[in-house]
Design a protein around this ligand. Structure first.
Ligand code: ADP
Length: 487
């Protein structure tokens, strides 16, 4: 048992304007591994969300006025504290989210890397001088912070989905308010505690925790003091939030759902493809938006790939994320598991076969077996929907044109993966896939230096990389006239 009292980063109320909200803690945070209550948090609502927006508005002028160097030093300290507290942050994350502790540690390092990255990148917000069409004019371009940024984040990466947004916002000179998912508020609050210890000024980074998703969401998407809104979550909710943002014409960026194809061509290195598919499918029990959702395997290697893949999936250990052996933890809730199971059973009714798993695991109520399905077609529910569970549907194909058509036959376009050793095919397929991110002979693609984001209904904007700052900056054009000639 984890000794909660020893966790100095376990905070139980919203962090607004550098203050921890007072009040009765009555909103339970549940450990999905055993459905037990970890702790209770104070339930903030619309009023606290408005306070947080106003605090961010008040803090903006001083934060924006700091040099990028000064902001970068505070952010660097925040990064250092996150890494110094990696174990404790990971413990809190596993308790509330369920993923194996080793993965949780990885998420803390991944999340912190964005803070380090944007602490540096903020120093490189360059402007421009453009040759003017008239001799007596000069054209200058400045890039300035957009202002107050509001964010809503999901439960699948309780740390990194916040740090990816907050780091870019703070690095650009913006202030920030986030409403984390109700299921996983503790990781967000621990980040706030470390931001305070790092010396990030009051009002610059605010966290509001509460279960009124719609009410709080309306404040964050419609408050006139919010200049930019950013969301990670489902496409369905994202569409509603974009519509809400229209009322005040906010700058918007969205990281929404995916339906990643993973294509194994005849000339692939099969062992590498198996390793890549396991990593991209079963990480976080299949609950990531870049997770492999459909595995397409070409005729010539179909049997060999299936045999090796099934043997490898069989080895995965399903257990409470706090156990050393765990490689797959629970799904976030029982209702999430029921949704996954329905996709599996509905597809079996349409002719898919279960090669492995296919049911609730003996590890507990919220654990789903590592599952592999064969004889799947691209029109079955398991292929058409984002699974968000540890299930691999395998679809057989014969030629490149056919698989590209099937891979692109979806409204979303976040990540795609393919394995081949043919250099011509690498370019053809990479260019033809209608996705924002492509893993080529690689199953793990996310890092702070790379632009993360999707096309089609997977969203807009990019997180990470030097492109990641653009979403938090406005372009201002200065036209300097009356320069004339020196007579
Ligand atoms: P997921 O399936 O990952 O939970 P959702 O899109 O349902 O994806 O949720 C992502 C985040 O959006 C969560 O923090 C959730 O509480 C929040 N959310 C859900 N519905 C709404 C809404 N109507 N308005 C504002 N926020 C919402």
């Amino acid at each position: 048992m984890t000794n909660l009292k020893a966790l100095s980063l376990l905070k139980t109320s919203s962090y607004i304007n550098g203050q921890w909200q007072q009040g009765k803690a009555d909103l339970a945070v549940i450990n999905p591994a055993n459905d037990k209550t970890i702790t209770h948090v104070v339930n903030a609502g619309i009023a606290e969300t408005e306070q947080a927006v106003l605090a961010a508005q008040q803090a903006l002028p001083a934060w924006r006025a700091k040099s990028a160097n000064e902001r970068g030093k505070l952010m660097r300290r925040w990064f250092d504290l996150m890494m110094e507290n990696q174990d404790e942050l990971a413990t809190i994350l596993t308790l509330e989210q369920g993923k194996p502790l080793a993965e949780a540690k990885g998420e803390i390092a991944y999340g912190a890397a964005f803070i380090e990255w944007f602490a540096e990148e903020g120093k490189r917000i360059y402007g421009d001088v453009i040759p003017a069409p008239a001799a007596d004019k000069r054209i200058l371009v400045l890039k300035q912070p957009v202002g107050v940024v509001a964010a809503i984040t999901p439960w699948n990466f309780p740390n990194a989905m916040i740090s990816r947004k907050a780091a870019a916002a703070l690095g650009a000179g913006c202030t920030f308010v986030v409403r984390p998912a109700t299921q996983t508020p503790l990781s967000a609050l621990a980040m706030a505690e470390l931001a305070e210890r790092a010396g990030i000024p009051a009002g610059v980074f605010n966290v509001v925790v509460g279960d009124d998703a719609k009410g709080m969401g309306k404040v964050l998407t419609q408050h006139p003091a919010v200049a930019k809104f950013t969301f990670t979550g489902s496409t369905e909710v994202g569409k509603t939030l974009i519509a809400q943002c229209a009322t005040t014409v906010k700058k918007v960026s969205m990281e929404l759902g995916g339906n990643a194809p993973f294509i194994v061509f005849d000339d692939a290195d099969i062992d590498a493809a198996v390793t890549g598919a396991i990593a991209s499918k079963y990480r976080n029990a299949g609950q990531t938006c870049v997770c492999t959702n459909r595995i397409f395997v070409q005729d010539g290697v179909y049997d060999a790939f299936c045999a090796k893949f099934i043997a490898a999936v069989k080895q995965l250990k399903i257990a409470d994320g706090m156990h050393d052996s765990s490689q797959i933890g629970p799904l976030i809730t029982r209702s999430a598991l029921d949704d996954v199971h329905k996709l599996v059973t509905d597809s079996v009714q349409q002719g898919a076969k279960i090669a492995l798993g296919g049911d609730v695991d003996k590890a507990g109520h919220n654990f789903y077996q590592a599952t592999v399905m064969t004889d799947v077609t691209n029109d079955m529910p398991i292929a058409k929907n984002e699974i968000f569970g540890p299930v691999s549907p395998i679809i057989r194909f014969s030629d490149e044109a056919e698989v590209l058509k099937q891979a692109n036959d979806t409204d979303v376009g976040l990540a795609a993966y393919f394995y081949t050793r043919d250099i011509g095919r690498i370019f053809r397929v990479a260019e033809a896939l209608e996705y924002g991110m492509i893993g080529i002979n690689e199953g793990l693609i996310s890092n702070a230096a790379a632009p993360f984001g999707g096309v089609k209904q997977s969203g807009s904007g990019r997180e990470g990389s030097h492109y990641g700052l653009d979403d938090y900056l406005e372009i201002k054009y200065l036209c300097l006239g009356g320069i004339g000639a020196n007579s």
